[in-house]
Write a protein that binds this ligand. Structure first.
Ligand SMILES: *[C@@H]1O[C@H](CO)[C@@H](O)[C@H](O)[C@H]1NC(C)=O
Ligand SMILES: *[C@@H]1O[C@H](CO)[C@@H](O)[C@H](O)[C@H]1NC(C)=O
Ligand SMILES: *[C@@H]1O[C@H](CO)[C@@H](O)[C@H](O)[C@H]1NC(C)=O
Ligand SMILES: *[C@@H]1O[C@H](CO)[C@@H](O)[C@H](O)[C@H]1NC(C)=O
Ligand SMILES: *[C@@H]1O[C@H](CO)[C@@H](O)[C@H](O)[C@H]1NC(C)=O
Length: 246
């Protein structure tokens, strides 16, 4: 009854060898690879030396948080947050602050993606000094009495107007909420210059990332490189392996 197990044990032993030589070693090489790849810094245009908690471009996904992927398009860095693509205007790793502006508004206010600017609250918070601004599109002022700030004729999307605060579309077809630095508002007058509005949106706003950096500091102090463990959903530390000998 036991004879099958006994007679097959040399086979099991060789299986273990196969495991050690073909599985174990590539695994440790893999960790070494992560140390190497996550030592690459993200560089794009004016942004330099961006590392953890970001990934993207020359940094594989196990180098940062899933929601913090940077892309480099030409010499413009972008990040996609809750389905909205932003241009990254600046990064301050010490303060954990990004300055971003909506890419779809870079050509003007008339034909954006109809999506509000929202953040993933587990990763990012809005910075201080911001005001919400709602832009309403597809408003028919021949039917609805105009009540609000500004009035823009966006041929492609009908008439548009704006209002401070976050609001639903009401009598218009759709509303889009964007944060604007509060040095731009709230305006009190009825007449808002379209170029001023576009300038306020292009100026961008600050968001703060709030991932655990204590563990990462510890990692760096110990000559490791911070990364992200995709299986355990938490940050991790990659070390360079000691020299190999076989
Ligand atoms: C993003 O867009 C896709 C389809 O366009 C949608 O299924 C998904 O729910 C959106 N995600 C968020 C966070 O809005
Ligand atoms: C802007 O509106 C969003 C909800 O759409 C809210 O979470 C955020 O706190 C508001 N920001 C300000 C500065 O009022
Ligand atoms: C934006 O948010 C408002 C509520 O703050 C909502 O009524 C509106 O439908 C949202 N717009 C889009 C395009 O989802
Ligand atoms: C830092 O590392 C030390 C040992 O290497 C460990 O005892 C400590 O818990 C770590 N601290 C954090 C915040 O991970
Ligand atoms: C990690 O997060 C993803 C989605 O964010 C989820 O599907 C998965 O179950 C999580 N894994 C663990 C171990 O928490």
């Amino acid at each position: 009854m036991n004879s099958w197990v006994l007679s097959s044990s040399p086979f099991l032993v060789s299986l273990f060898f196969i495991f050690f030589f073909f599985i174990k070693i590539p695994l440790s090489l893999c960790d070494e690879d992560m140390y190497e790849s996550c030592s690459n810094m993200f560089n794009c245009g004016k942004l330099n030396n961006i590392g953890f908690p970001f990934w993207g471009d020359n940094r594989p996904n196990s180098c940062g948080y899933h929601g913090l992927k940077l892309n480099c398009q030409g010499s413009v860095a972008t990040i996609k947050i809750m389905n909205v693509t932003y241009q990254v205007l600046g990064v301050n790793p010490e303060a954990q602050i990004l300055k971003i502006t909506r890419e779809d508004f870079s050509t003007g206010i008339c034909s954006p993606e109809f999506v509000n600017s929202t953040l993933d609250p587990t990763l990012l918070d809005f910075g201080s000094g911001l005001q919400n601004l709602t832009i309403f599109y597809g408003c028919d002022f021949s039917l609805i009495p105009f009540a609000g700030l500004g009035l823009f004729n966006c041929q492609i999307n009908g008439f548009a107007h704006i209002k401070w605060g976050a609001d639903g579309p009401g009598e218009c077809k759709v509303s889009v909420v964007v944060p604007v630095p509060d040095k731009f508002g709230p305006w009190t007058g009825i007449e808002i210059d379209q170029s001023k509005l576009e300038e306020a949106i292009r100026e961008g706003f600050y968001v703060k990332w709030k991932v655990d950096t204590a563990a990462c500091l510890n990692c760096t102090v110990n000559k490791g490189v911070c990364g992200y463990d995709l299986k355990r959903n938490r940050s991790t530390c990659y070390h360079s392996s000691p020299v190999f000998w076989l």
